[in-house]
Design a protein around this ligand. Structure first.
Ligand code: 13P
Ligand code: ZN
Length: 289
């Protein structure tokens, strides 16, 4: 079942769990996410970054929509880190049910003004909007990028930002970075700050850079307003790690049918563990009552 993300996150926010939002850049990952979600009876989001749409092409979204429309669990298709109105318009034309406008590198006032413009366009056609305040860090090898320095979200700014823009959900900076913390140590997430932001804004919040953080911290975030957790690197590295191992061991293998199942299974194992960690396992029924 394909849904608007606002409706998807409203339930998560109310029931203290987070919906996993997984980056896909080929059909294998679409299968990974949907099959894991159905097995876990969990809602899930498929998100596509502007770099990823360049890889797969616009037509790919028709396939993703068809797959999501036929799932037993609630799903949304979301633009990850859209950087311009053009990215947003392209996503809407392609049939995404949700978009992110990330103007977090612009000044506060410019961020408000571009986000407002996107909200007007998107809400007119029943597409939900995520925006970002503060900056997510960037680790080596991360495909989603990020800032060199993390600027933590200010709770008072967050309140004003949400009120002025009318967004449906806000991505907050509480210490995470995109990618795996290979050289840098794992950060200590500012859960105190998250609590304060949640208290002030009262709308579902988003955690970017969901990979490679401490499980005991992640499991606190959805108790304080995080209703969506973005996850890319942990899932993709499981997939490609297994593919590398398989191809080295089986020198003669060439058909995708032979290679893909083991890689898919490795990625699915990660996705299913994350669904348990995010407390979204067995939550699909909440959308049908
Ligand atoms: P990770 O690659 O750290 O999981 O982050 C994903 C993300 O935030 C995409 O927007
Ligand atoms: Zn991100």
């Amino acid at each position: 079942m394909l849904m608007n993300m606002k409706e998807l996150l409203k339930v998560a926010y109310k029931h203290n769990f987070a919906v996993g939002s997984f980056n896909v850049a080929n059909s294998e990952f679409v299968r990974v996410v949907i099959e894991a979600a159905e097995e876990k009876n969990a809602p899930a989001i498929i998100q596509i970054h502007p770099n990823e749409i360049e890889l797969v092409g616009d037509e790919f979204i028709a396939y993703v929509r068809e797959k999501c429309r036929n799932t037993k669990v609630p799903m949304a298709i979301h633009l990850d880190h859209g950087s311009s109105v053009k990215d947003v318009m392209r996503a809407i034309r392609n049939g995404y049910t949700s978009v992110m406008i990330d103007a977090s590198h612009a000044s506060f006032e410019d961020n408000i003004s571009i986000t407002k413009e996107v909200v007007k366009i998107a809400h007119d056609v029943n597409v939900s909007v995520e925006a970002e305040l503060g900056t997510i860090g960037s680790n080596e090898g991360s495909s989603e990028g990020g800032a060199d320095e993390i600027l933590y979200t200010d709770p008072e700014d967050a309140k004003r930002f949400v009120e002025e823009t009318g967004i449906d959900t806000l991505a907050v900076a509480i210490g995470t970075s995109h990618g795996q913390y290979k050289h840098a140590g794992k950060p200590k997430l500012r859960l105190d700050l998250l609590e304060e932001i949640n208290h002030r804004v009262g709308i579902p919040l988003v955690l970017h850079g969901g990979s490679d953080n401490k499980d005991e911290e992640i499991s606190q975030t959805y108790l304080h307003g995080i209703a969506k957790i973005n996850l890319s690197t942990d899932m993709k590295s499981a997939f490609f790690g297994e593919m590398r191992r398989f191809l080295t061991e089986q020198q003669e293998a060439y058909e995708p049918d032979v290679i893909m199942p083991s890689a898919r299974k490795a990625a699915q194992k990660v996705v299913k563990q994350k669904m348990d960690l995010f407390n979204s396992t067995n939550k699909a029924h909440l959308y049908f009552s």
